[in-house]
Design a protein around this ligand. Structure first.
Ligand SMILES: [Zn+2]
Length: 1004
């Protein structure tokens, strides 16, 4: 899946004063802060306390015990103290009694009474044990024993539900599903029936599976009526059978049910759009990842329960239906209804099942024996050609690269008008937002870059994710990190003109920023609850995952890496894996001395990344590694070590990759030797590694001098990385920025702009008007940019970033030109083209006047070009008029005039401006329950909304307010990781202000 948002990730810089000038200048940051904050007044509720609500499951007892232990550890001393105090109380009462009796000899009468008591106790115990046939096993006694009743939850009919785990028991495994569905697009309901064939792996007398919010009409087990028990909190249903099910036998459970089409963008949900004739059209589509297949049909909804599927869909004549597999036949049912039946699928996880019922048009092409089609609503059929050509090239590339041919005979890409994720990799039926699939006349090369990236990502999933699937959501990064890595790698090979390497570089910087927070998490993280699973779809799984794979590829070599990947896919084809399996495959194809697992585990099981500090004395270069964390509470764990494949170049040799020196840095410290002649060293060549470097005063100075003399002394990725690292470390930022006047490349300039913009935004939100006005004169904006058509994607990316900032800051030479272009565009009825990469900037300037805003609202409603529509929406949301801000937030929430999936984008755009920032925050507080109905707790859109509305606060008052609000939510979202992230970010902002504001005043 690809989440889609434009909200910026927090970029923080603290520690030292970032505006430190020459080392001999007084460091103002070390002066006492003017607004001291007390970090002790925040108490985090341990996330892992949630683990304690789980019961014992028979398939993961060991893991369970481990969880209880770790929960106890994480819950801290109160838990441990309680149990130890109970233990000591028991012990002391024993020791108290002991001395009083130790010296006395019991009388014969006392002994007889004692024996009698023992016999009675034994008899009672045997009675309890045998008579009610209670075994005291994990299955428990379901009749009389009250302590067992407490262990088992009550099903909705009041009976005991026979299972206590969030994960399903492993005793039964589904083999095949026959699913028949009849969506009613008028009543917005559907009827369904499912027949699940399952094999018994361990004798059992119960079957437990998932089902969510459906009305079960009737059900049979082995063709006999059976009672279904439901435990709603865990979205589970179960049947109990009187006779043990035999190991190795196949059994069939049939369930007939009905449900409403979901209106929360997951499960089988209804979607609608207005066509060019102004008529509202409806369709039904699915989005199952991660846990919503259970909303469409009862199933074993965990990725390791792979099975085959036969799907039948009943539809009206005006619609077509699509599913993972090609259609086998259509049967008329009378009353204008038809039933489409699809071929039996390959074995796959439930989250990959998909179907669509809609009125769609398509274009198709045969690619290496696969019929590839791109579908869109009829009005937008013309916009499908770019996607078709792109997917054709990428399919050929992946078939060749993985040495495994895409296994299905068809591949459909469908643009869904009302879709929440960016796209979803359902096997054979990839669904997209229209913006990530359709390319019209108005699209810019940057829009093409987006569409190509999303297609490349989803297509890579057909191998990574679909063919080989992670065993459980804790290893989601195996799916997402790989698909993200492959997306950049394949585009670099197949579409070099799209300059994707800059994009990948900025993605790595984003991942570093996120992972530098204490609230980050290891790539592989234990997850159980639906909210925890949803939270795994974040920057760490996608962006850090891709970054460490790039680092590994750079270490092993392109050829060895590819060989290992092919080995992995071939060995685990059709199966489920965990991280270890990948490392093993990669180890096998590399030099026997490289223990890939040993190295990579340091990157996947620990959160964060290392800071390498360099200290040179003559020929000796001393290195030290430590966990880099932007920590407002100063609670860093210094014991973490990484196996860093450290690389470096120097002024002696720096202009080709053969200059790169490699050194596996495993210990806390290490020393390397370089020639006396070496003037400077640059570590982490081309920023391929996931770590940052502090060169020390001398080292930074040498690099800055070299860059001031000649920017080309280092590749542009290295220059961008120096800017990124220096901001992260808050070191000699000012000195380095001086070199920028000679910089012309996109990556370093956009990185500097991102960092400066972040500071600007913080100041803007504090209404520090004087500083804000001074900052609008960023020297970096003096680059003269053209407003004409520009074919290089990289140049487009640079100029659109620079001009967007310049116009946002209200610089007249930018806004005047933007207004001129807008008037031409409007008066020529849009025939005077505005270059696509500048469209958002131009429209955002125009949206600041009443007339301009109304014109844009009309454009938004009628445009059939989604990239134009989205840019228009961003322009509308950039208004400074509070009434309009209130209107647009509400319209996007209720979905009437602005589609609800765009709400996170609307909020993040509103939050860029001081006029709307507090309104957006109030809006989130007031509408929290509505928001969580649309976007589930932990989901990516909700993560984005939380960060957009809080990450620019930098005062204690706001910190208190944010903590108070989220704290009051309790089970309605207070435990989300993004809430911890938000609180941590605000604390970091406060600290940054305390440390840098004075220096900033001097600088500006
Ligand atoms: Zn994905």
């Amino acid at each position: 899946m690809v989440p889609l948002t434009n909200s910026p990730l927090p970029r923080n810089m603290i520690e030292n004063s970032m505006f430190e000038e020459e080392p001999d200048v007084v460091d103002l940051a070390k002066e006492s802060p003017s607004y001291p904050i007390d970090s002790d007044d925040v108490v985090y509720e341990p996330r892992s306390s949630r683990l304690l609500v789980r019961g014992l499951g028979e398939n993961d007892l060991d893991e369970e015990e481990e969880d209880y232990e770790s929960s106890a550890r994480l819950l801290g001393m109160s838990f441990m103290n309680r149990s130890s105090s109970q233990r000591s109380a028991a012990a002391s009462s024993y020791t108290r009694q002991q001395p009083s009796n130790s010296c006395s000899v019991p009388s014969a009468k006392k002994m007889v009474v004692g024996i009698l008591v023992l016999v009675i106790i034994a008899f009672v115990a045997m009675f309890i044990y045998f008579v009610p046939r209670c075994t005291f096993s994990k299955d428990g006694c379901q009749k009389t024993n009250s302590s067992i009743e407490q262990l088992y939850p009550k099903a909705s009919n009041g009976e005991l539900f026979p299972w206590t785990g969030l994960r399903l028991p492993a005793s039964v495994h589904p083999v095949h599903y026959e699913i028949s569905l009849q969506p009613n697009l008028t009543a917005m309901t559907f009827q369904g029936s499912v027949a699940i064939s399952m094999v018994v792996l361990q004798e059992t007398n119960k079957i437990v599976l998932h089902s969510y919010d459906m009305k079960i009409i009737n059900s049979t087990f082995q063709d006999e009526k059976v009672n279904i028990l439901e435990y709603k909190p865990w979205q589970q249903i179960a049947i109990k059978v009187s006779k043990e099910l035999k190991k190795g036998e196949i059994y069939v459970l049939k369930i007939h049910y009905s449900a409403n089409l979901s209106n929360s963008y997951d499960g089988l949900y209804n979607s609608s759009y207005i066509d060019t004739n102004g008529k509202r059209r409806v369709l039904a589509a699915t989005q199952f990842e991660p846990l919503a297949a259970r909303k469409a049909f009862p199933c074993f909804d965990e990725p390791a329960f792979k099975a085959s599927f036969v799907i039948k869909i009943t539809r009206e004549a005006e619609y077509i239906s699509l599913s993972n597999m090609p259609k086998v036949k259509t049967t008329p049912l009378g009353d204008g209804l038809f039933e489409d039946e699809f071929e039996k699928s390959v074995n796959m996880s439930t989250y990959l099942v998909a179907f669509v019922v809609a009125n769609l048009s398509s274009v198709s092409k045969n690619v290496s024996n696969t019929l590839v089609s791109v579908y869109a609503v009829p009005d937008k059929k013309d916009q499908t050609h770019y996607a078709l050509e792109t997917v054709a090239k990428l399919l050929e590339f992946y078939n060749r690269f993985f040495e495994i041919t895409y296994p299905l005979s068809k591949l459909d890409l469908v643009g869904i008008p009302d879709f929440l994720a960016g796209a979803m990799e359902n096997w054979g039926l990839i669904t997209f937002r229209e913006t990530t699939l359709l390319i019209g006349d108005h699209s810019s090369p940057i829009d093409k870059q987006l569409v190509t990236s999303v297609i490349a990502h989803e297509l890579a999933h057909q191998w990574f994710g679909n063919l080989v699937t992670m065993r459980w959501w804790n290893d989601l990064w195996l799916n997402e990190g790989f698909a993200t890595y492959m997306q950049y790698m394949s585009i670099e090979e197949v579409f070099p003109e799209l300059d994707i390497d800059n994009e990948f570089l900025s993605v790595r910087f984003k991942a570093l920023a996120k992972d530098a927070l204490n609230s980050s998490h290891p790539l592989s993280t234990k997850v159980y609850t639906p909210e925890e699973v949803a939270e795994m779809f974040d920057s760490v799984s996608y962006e850090k995952g891709a970054s460490i794979l790039l680092m590994l590829k750079a270490t092993l070599s392109k050829v060895a890496f590819r060989k290992g990947v092919i080995e992995y896919l071939k060995r685990y084809r059709g199966l489920n894996t965990q991280s270890e399996d990948l490392w093993m495959s990669l180890s096998q194809v590399t030099n026997p001395h490289t223990d890939v697992a040993e190295m990579m585990n340091t990157w996947t099981v620990q959160k964060g990344f290392p800071l390498v500090t360099v200290n040179r004395t003559g020929i000796q270069v001393n290195l030290m590694q430590e966990h880099f964390v932007l920590n407002a509470d100063n609670a860093t764990d210094h014991s973490n070590l990484w196996h860093i494949p450290l690389t470096y170049v120097s002024d002696i040799c720096n202009n080709s990759s053969s200059c790169k020196q490699v050194f596996l840095f495993k210990d806390k410290t290490a020393t390397i030797e370089v020639s006396e002649k070496v003037k400077w060293l640059k570590f982490n060549y081309r920023s391929d590694g996931f770590y940052i470097v502090d060169y020390g005063e001398q080292g930074w100075r040498a690099l800055i001098i070299a860059l001031k003399e000649n920017v080309n002394v280092l590749p542009h990725e290295d220059r961008a990385a120096l800017i990124n690292n220096i901001f992260a470390l808050s070191r000699q930022v000012l000195n380095l920025l001086v070199y920028l006047k000679n910089e012309t490349e996109t990556a370093p300039l956009t990185e500097a702009l991102t960092q400066l913009n972040h500071i600007f935004m913080l100041l803007d939100k504090r209404s520090d008007l004087l500083l804000v006005s001074r900052m609008t004169d960023f020297k970096i904006l003096h680059h003269n940019q053209s407003w004409e058509e520009e074919s290089s994607v990289s140049k487009q990316a640079l100029r659109s970033a620079l001009l967007e900032t310049a116009c946002h800051l209200g610089r007249p030479n930018c806004t005047n030109q933007a207004n001129r272009l807008f008037v031409q565009w409007r008066t020529s009825n849009k025939t005077e083209h505005i270059p696509g990469d500048l469209l958002k900037t131009v429209l955002s300037v125009a949206a600041q006047t009443e007339k301009g805003w109304q014109v844009l609202l009309d454009t938004y409603k009628h445009s059939i070009y989604d990239s134009e529509k989205r840019k228009t929406l961003q322009a509308l949301a950039s208004t400074q008029d509070v009434r309009k801000i209130v209107w647009i937030l509400k319209a996007a929430l209720d979905g009437s005039e602005i589609q609800t999936p765009e709400l996170p984008l609307v909020i993040s755009t509103v939050c860029r401006h001081s006029a709307g920032y507090l309104h957006a925050w109030d809006f989130v507080k007031e509408n929290w329950d509505k928001l969580t109905q649309k976007f589930s707790i932990g989901s990516f859109p909700l993560q984005s909304i939380i960060m957009s509305t809080t990450s620019q606060f930098s005062t204690k008052t706001h910190l208190d307010e944010v903590e108070r609000f989220f704290g009051s939510l309790k089970e309605r979202g207070s435990k989300m990781r993004s809430v911890q992230e938000a609180i941590e970010t605000i604390k970091l902002n406060i600290q940054w202000m305390d440390r840098n504001l004075v220096t900033l005043w001097k600088w500006l």
